[in-house]
Design a binder for this molecule. Structure first.
Ligand code: IMP
Ligand code: MG
Length: 196
């Protein structure tokens, strides 16, 4: 791991300013749509942390926040669809207007699992706000109500998104250099389940 974080980035896809502007717009839209309702933001740890705190501050409504952590098995650049809850919600969602805040929707398998888990808990409504949506054919049919950016089908890091727990603190969304994850996959044990 080099000392310079930016050196591992091939290309900046979405810079800090563009992120800020888009999050502000999403916040405005959500403020409008949820006026007078009992809004509960559920952030999916850890990837959604940066997006969650910025989005929450852009919503001009009383709201509650909660977090859920999901673990996935398999190589860290791919989603296996095998997921389990590592940390459940602190409070009940019964009667609440739930908005799930996700970092990125790739296959959609993680989101599908989360939505299935929430549906049986009797929320008043459940919608999804994803910062990034990968432009590709998805094996599962999933509806994302609020989308920050549609991006090409490449592996991205930054603004909460990681590769092997690194790069979450980059203030922008960037494409990780391919040799970065190839060399890490050679040098480090992959396939361990871990919180994302
Ligand atoms: P899905 O289940 O395939 O939709 O994958 C969703 C999860 O996989 C996200 O919440 C991320 O944690 C992770 N993920 C998918 N694509 C990327 C990426 O390009 N960079 C970093 N993490 C990703
Ligand atoms: Mg991850």
């Amino acid at each position: 791991m080099g000392a310079d974080l930016d050196a591992d980035i091939e290309e900046v896809l979405i810079d800090q300013q563009a992120l800020q502007r888009r999050v502000a717009a999403l916040g405005e839209q959500i403020t409008h749509d949820y006026a007078g309702r009992d809004l509960l933001l559920i952030g999916i740890l850890k990837g959604a942390i940066m997006f969650m705190v910025d989005l929450a501050r852009a919503i001009r409504l009383p709201l509650a926040i909660d977090f859920m952590a999901i673990s996935s098995y398999g190589a860290s650049t791919r989603s296996s669809g095998v997921v389990r809850i590592l940390k459940d919600l602190d409070e009940s969602v019964d009667g609440k207007d739930v908005l799930v805040v996700e970092d990125i929707i790739d296959t959609g398998l993680t989101l599908k699992y989360i939505l299935r888990t929430l549906a049986v808990r009797r929320p008043a409504s459940v919608k999804v706000c994803g910062l990034l949506l990968k432009q590709k054919a998805r094996p599962v049919n999933i509806e994302v109500d609020y989308v920050g950016f549609v991006i090409p089908d490449r592996f991205v890091v930054g603004y909460g998104l990681d590769y092997a727990e690194r790069y979450r603190n980059l203030p922008y969304i960037g494409v990780l250099k391919r040799e970065r994850y190839i060399s890490m996959e050679d040098g480090e044990a992959e396939g361990e389940p871990g919180p994302r």
